[in-house]
Design a protein around this ligand. Sequence first.
Ligand code: BTN
Length: 267
Amino acid sequence: MRRDVEMPIGYRLVSLEETGSTNSEAMRLATLGEAGGLWITAERQTRGRGRSGRTWRSVPGNLYASLMLRLSCDPQTAQQLALVTGVAVVDAIRAASSGGARRAVEPGPGRSFRLKWPNDILAGPAKLGGILLESARDVGGPGLVTVIGIGLNVAAAPDGLDRAATSLADCGVAVERCRMLASVASAMDSALQVWNEGSGFADIRRLWLERAGPLDELLTVNSGSGAVTGRYQGLDGDGALLLADGLGVRRRFTYGDVSLAGTGEPQ
Ligand code: BTN
């Protein structure tokens, strides 16, 4: 990764050849007293982590980046950053893929770049990237340290996954990783300003819904107490997922793994 990637004002970038996990490195630097607004990126991760204890594989040419923030909001409000980041990543992909053209490249009919609750970036039904949010109490003060990890398949999707995956290259979007990072950093800066530590969450929720799949799409949620399949009904005011189950009863989920029903994804 080139070291001259342009960062928005107030942000710094540490670019590494290799690290275990950019999230772990960002948290380590926070405990050493680094100020917030720090991006860490690496060419390779040797112990990349996904949600729910899964491994995030390090395919050459993909984007692995984490943003460390120091926040004064409570941990529950900080969870909203998954939606903030989703909005930013979709906007960054659209901006990077437009290459200055008026309209962004979309990955073919029925395969638009979009969000799936809570943390997935999709191209059509296939996973293009994911977000891993980790927070800890700030040892040096009353606030919170939050690390937002972003993995984006820029060059290639890992082989042999048990769910559909794709890459920007597969979607016909040729973008350099450093340009993608600059685009993500800029879109994150804008989305964080809208969010404003939670006071702008209503706007973030609206932006997220505009970038998500259609209402009534069939989803399966596994929140640890069995799988529930139902029709997507958007998000409530707190960002929880709403589904209408087979009996038409509205169910609310604050966490869980979600798959598009009928795509063969594991629950
Ligand atoms: C998921 O969809 O499960 C989330 C994947 C998050 C992967 C990124 S890659 C950069 C950062 N470092 C990690 O170890 N994980 C995140």
